[in-house]
Design a protein around this ligand. Sequence first.
Ligand code: SF4
Ligand code: SF4
Length: 74
Amino acid sequence: MSRKYRIVIAHEECKGCRRCIPACPKNLIAVGGELNKQGYFSVHAEHPEDCIGCGSCYLQCPEPGAITIYQTEE
Ligand code: SF4
Ligand code: SF4
């Protein structure tokens, strides 16, 4: 069975810097429409199940805890 991954972006931790958007080779990340409690427009993953687990978005993100990549199947 092939490995599968899922990205989860913590709405309240993201500061909307958008560094993760061009980092994703699958173009999964987009700007969201809602302000979080810190006053930032967070980003969100549009098809989180299409994540290939490359870690590129995670490496670009300056906010600890904003991006988590889960391996969902092996
Ligand atoms: S881990 Fe890679 S494929 Fe998955 S959302 Fe981040 S940059 Fe995109
Ligand atoms: S890099 Fe991190 S803080 Fe910046 S927009 Fe993406 S998830 Fe939010």
